[in-house]
Design a binder for this molecule. Structure first.
Ligand code: MLT
Length: 302
């Protein structure tokens, strides 16, 4: 029997696809393959005989890639499998940053005992007025599966979408060309856009890329959305930018001791891919990749 260890709860829809030559094991030692979602594997010993790790998600920063390469362990991810889930939450983030939904909900809770709440609401609501996103400029940094979904959806919502991705394929650029103005210098996104959304992987070149120098180039009152990885943003600089009003709102899917205390930040607990559909899609793709490699030596999305 070939053995698969799940480091995180992986959708049973995915693990049910394991064929009868496979069994789930509750330890990594002796496993042929590991399925992982967000657990960090950096401090874990990689057992002898491990053939492959499949990350049920896009980012692979929780996996020790160099150690895996040295041991000949193939690492897979699941590009695109959760793109729709993340895109839908980015749209919610745009709305949360533009309309005072949080303030309005809080007001209704605080006034729940008021028998004349409908009348009181008519007086209170001017305090919660927001703005619309139609016609506003959106900069999408990173046009992989998720960035491309966001760009297309926001274009359909009437936003003027600018895209920046120095590594985009010609085919992908062509497919997006009706909806996205391709920008060759990221500074142009900073200078022009009202909303900026990050969809790049976490690598040395992107770590801390949204920092004071970037904020200095941005429009006064810009909104930044981060559904990629928290370390892309220098959050000390972000706290200053929020305090000064340079940045109006920071929507981040990454709670940490800095972000949760930032005035002007809307913090969500890494829910972008947490939908039944995205979890099933990621688990299915991860399981198929790992079996195809172990059974047939085929490498997809490595
Ligand atoms: C991703 O990298 O795609 C996300 O972190 C997925 C997740 O939430 O597990």
């Amino acid at each position: 029997m070939k053995k698969i260890h799940c480091l995180n709860a992986i959708s049973t829809y995915g693990t049910a696809l394991l064929t009868e030559e496979y069994e789930l094991t509750n330890q990594m030692e002796g496993a042929d393959g590991v399925l992982v979602r967000s657990a960090s594997m950096h401090e874990m010993a990689l057992p002898d005989g491990l053939l492959a790790i499949a990350r049920a998600g896009a980012g692979v920063n929780n996996i020790p890639l160099e150690a895996c390469a040295a041991e000949g362990i193939v690492v897979f991810n699941t590009p695109g499998a959760n793109a729709n889930g993340v895109k839908e939450l980015v749209i919610a983030g745009l709305m949360l940053a533009s309309r005072d939904i949080e303030g309005g909900i809080r007001w209704c809770k605080e006034n729940q005992e008021d028998e004349n709440i409908s009348k009181s609401a008519e007086k209170a609501k001017s305090a919660f007025a927001g703005c619309e996103i139609r016609g506003k400029k959106l900069g999408v940094i990173g046009l992989g599966a998720i960035g491309a979904e966001v760009a297309n959806a926001c274009s359909s919502l009437g936003m003027d979408v600018y895209g920046y991705d120095p590594f985009i394929s010609v085919n992908a650029a062509w497919r997006l060309s009706r909806n996205v103005k391709h920008i060759t210098a990221v500074e142009t996104i900073y200078k022009e856009c009202d909303y900026i959304t990050l969809h790049v992987p976490l690598v040395d070149a992107t770590k801390g890329m949204i920092n004071k120098a970037a904020f200095d180039n941005m429009k006064y009152g810009a909104v930044v959305l981060n559904f990629a990885r928290d370390i892309l943003v220098n959050e000390a600089d972000m706290a200053e930018a929020l305090k000064s009003g340079k940045i109006k709102k920071y929507v981040t899917d990454f709670p940490n001791p800095t972000s949760v205390h930032m005035e002007g930040a809307i913090v969500i607990p890494h829910l972008g891919a947490s939908t039944e559909e995205s979890e099933d899609n990621c688990a299915k793709m991860a399981v198929e990749e790992i079996m195809d490699y172990i059974d047939n030596g085929n490498i997809r999305n490595s």
